[in-house]
Design a protein around this ligand. Structure first.
Ligand code: 6OG
Length: 159
């Protein structure tokens, strides 16, 4: 007998403007207490890019202009059945003012002051490449949700 375990698709949008990134302190749910980009689950019938724009609007109240897909991250958790596939977007411009929502409290960080000690463990591996404009792919294996056991990571020429 076979068990089909589909991947769960998610988005992560990071606004990157004038030497700073916009992150949100997650107020509830998965990753509570961590700074992260804005994102969430792709809905049925929605493109990944549309989901990235929708989640950015829902969580930070800004409308994305040009966005560039830069990364594809797969997270394996020993305590979850399905891997998570997270598509990472660089938001090059936007309209509106970032606002606090039920989910996120937004804050700007200069590139040399990103709070990696309050972020998911994979972030310090791929942010330098994200900030340098590289395209990248990675696979990360987590134990007990938060402990990063091992990973593979590559800069790629296309996604
Ligand atoms: P909601 O539960 O809010 O979607 N996410 C991760 N981001 C990073 N940087 N590292 C991880 O390592 C992550 N796991 C999940 C994807 C969850 C949001 O959190 C991101 C989504 O943007 C394990 O719907």
């Amino acid at each position: 007998e076979h068990t089909l375990v589909a991947k769960k698709l998610l988005t992560l949008a990071i606004v990157n403007r004038e030497g700073r990134v916009l992150l949100g302190l997650k107020k509830r749910g998965f990753g509570e207490g961590y700074y992260n980009g804005f994102g969430g689950k792709v809905e049925v019938g929605e493109t990944v890019e549309a989901a990235a724009r929708r989640e950015l609007q829902e969580e930070a109240v800004i409308i994305a202009g040009n966005i560039k897909k830069q990364g594809l991250l797969t997270f394996h958790f020993d305590d979850k059945p399905q891997p998570w596939e997270v598509h990472v977007f660089n938001v090059l411009d936007y309209n509106g003012e970032p606002c606090e929502t039920d989910e996120m409290s937004p804050q700007w960080f200069s590139h040399d002051q990103i709070p990696f000690d309050k972020m998911w463990k994979d972030d310090e591996i791929w942010y330098p490449h994200f900030l340098a404009g590289h395209l990248f792919q990675g696979e990360f294996f987590f134990r007990n949700t938060h402990h990063l056991d091992s990973y593979n990571f590559d800069v790629v020429s296309k996604l």
